[in-house]
Write a protein that binds this ligand. Structure first.
Ligand SMILES: Nc1ncnc2c1ncn2[C@@H]1O[C@H](COP(=O)(O)OS(=O)(=O)O)[C@@H](OP(=O)(O)O)[C@H]1O
Length: 248
């Protein structure tokens, strides 16, 4: 029997082939549209998400309302901090620098960038001053505290010691900010220098003790010396070391 024409009941062999191609095309089109929609939704979601440094732009929040400073995945205690706490006392001391609402000075793109942008994720906020400073006496465990804090992915710390507060304070905040451009986070002050001082003082103390035991002369002089040393001891105890860090 000869095959029927295109209007007949039996399709020609070419028809199933074109149908399967058409179905495949439809399937590909549907999957393409679906993936496009998913990408679109993800992009929109990323735009609406708060960046990790969003809190820096918290100057526009109403008084009393928590800033939008949210540490991604951070503990609740660290997750939100008041907007007032982000205003740094020294901001008004630098009139030449255009200080952003979050305390980042000139050159800091964090304050200029809207929240959720890539600028926040690309470490462009590294020029800012530290957001937090750990202050503690010598051997008070400040290093341990710092090390624990820097484990958090949103905390950055510097290992170097710029000695800003004790040696370079006169150079001003511009110098301090430039240093933190490369090492945004942990800034130490006074540590090693005072360690050596204390060691030397302890040596001298031991020498004097031995002298006092062997010699009964000049008791009054030694007493006065010891008094002065005790004063120095107390001074050293009161000296505080300072470690600064900031949030990404
Ligand atoms: N959680 C806790 N409990 C008890 N002791 C602790 C703790 N964390 C740190 N440490 C001890 O603190 C000493 C170091 O303190 P600092 O980092 O401030 O020392 S330093 O001034 O910076 O050198 C250091 O003491 P020494 O080992 O005697 O030097 C640490 O052992």
């Amino acid at each position: 029997m000869s095959p029927l024409g295109p209007a007949g009941a039996h399709p020609t062999p070419a028809e199933p082939l074109s149908r399967s191609i058409f179905r495949k095309f439809l399937l590909m089109l549907c999957s393409l549209l679906t993936s496009l929609y998913v990408f679109y939704c993800l992009a929109e979601r990323c735009q609406t998400l708060s960046g990790p440094v969003v809190g820096l732009s918290g100057g526009s929040e109403e008084a009393g309302a928590p800033a939008r400073g949210v540490l991604a995945g951070g503990p609740r205690e660290l997750a939100v901090w008041p907007a007032a706490a982000q205003r740094k006392p020294w901001e008004e001391e630098t009139p030449g620098q255009a200080v952003g609402p979050g305390g980042s000075g000139a050159g800091s793109s964090v304050a200029e960038a809207p929240p959720g942008t890539l600028a926040l994720l690309l470490d462009e906020g590294s020029k800012q001053l530290p957001q937090a400073i750990i202050i503690g006496v010598k051997k008070g465990g400040t290093r341990a505290l710092l090390e624990f804090l820097r484990v958090h992915p949103d905390v950055r710390a510097v290992g170097a010691e710029p000695h800003f507060f004790d040696r370079s304070y006169d150079k001003g905040l511009a110098w301090y900010r430039n240093f933190s451009k490369d090492f945004p986070t942990v800034l130490f002050a006074n540590k090693n220098k005072n360690k050596n001082k204390n060691k030397n003082k302890n040596k001298n103390k031991n020498k004097n003790k031995n002298k006092n035991k062997n010699k009964n002369k000049n008791k009054n002089k030694n007493k006065n010396k010891n008094k002065n040393k005790n004063k120095n001891k107390n001074k050293n105890k009161n000296e505080q070391e300072c470690q600064c860090f900031t949030f990404k």
